[in-house]
Write a protein that binds this ligand. Sequence first.
Ligand code: 13P
Ligand code: SF4
Length: 374
Amino acid sequence: MLFQPPISPSYSKLSSKQIAERIAEHKRNFGDRLVILGHHYQQDDVLEFADFNGDSLKLSQIAANQNAAEFVVFCGVHFMAESADILTDDTVKVILPDLSAGCSMADMAALDQLEDAWAFLTESAGETFVPITYVNSAASIKAFCGEHGGACCTSSNAAMVLEWAFKQGEKVIFLPDQHLGRNTAYAMGIPLDEMVVYDPKEPDSGLTAEQAKAARVILWKGHCSVHQLFNEAQCDAIRANEPDRKILVHPECSWEVVQKAHLSGSTEFIINTIRDAPAGSKWAIGTEVHLVNRLTKTHTDKDVRSLATIQCLCTTMYRISPTQLLWSLDELADGRVTNQIRVTPDIKHWANVALDRMLSNVASAPKAISQLVD
Ligand code: 13P
Ligand code: SF4
């Protein structure tokens, strides 16, 4: 994890109103030189300053079009800011307002682990694998996939990318989220017994060469600590007690939860589904709490609540507070480019190949990855 130095204690004396006014003033002063991007899991009082908001796919596409800006301030997590740096020209400086805004799932795949896995898999089953990485991964992992004939995907387009991958080779290694990989491959018709899990922490005691050879999909043993808080019992309780409430979850939830949900898709898909749902409809949502609360507040004609009774908060997304955003804009206004996210040119080249294969092979409309009939 990168180290975020503490900011001046004077920031803690500012009221929310003062912070908001100063951010708005910076935006006016910077004009077109500054673009602020915000992911759907950000706090409302951060997102109100975003010029664009979206899921990972939409934000990647928007970032790729920001070459006229001098600064892109990314209100999201580290891998998203890295993707923005990869997709923009060298003239654009990408800033992450708090360097400790990482992603625990992205941290579950390191380059040396992937190199070990690749050596084991290709030794076991030959050069038949196509590496596909969820964008929730480090730039070095994306670069490895680009260099080895693979691509990136997001939760909006994982099925389209997997279809593309199976035209390139016989087998896929999908990382770092085993759940998105399993849910997507299963929805495409690949049975569970053709998928195996590779544990990067215990490479010697897990998967055998025979199992790797027999499988079509190798799933990296990684997960999202937020989405693993949703479970089957929550779905069972809703289905038993409130049969008219629909369950809508993010595909980072486990396969068991996705099977018991009515619908599953990316954050953008979740937003669009609730927006288009009829007044009076009831929903239980399995994703990060800030997005669920926003949906509840926005759609007062519908009954929208979290699938869980506990708070499913992404603590790293939460690090981007209005105060941190103001501090990073103050730094820029004072001529200091602080917290710039820079991907080295060699990694950038191959990571760009992986991102480009994704962006040029997929449609942008957020799709459900599974749709169950009751
Ligand atoms: P989306 O692409 O659906 O926004 O997901 C990003 C993410 O990190 C979900 O945990
Ligand atoms: Fe990472 Fe999960 Fe947070 Fe998304 S919700 S940024 S996958 S830890």
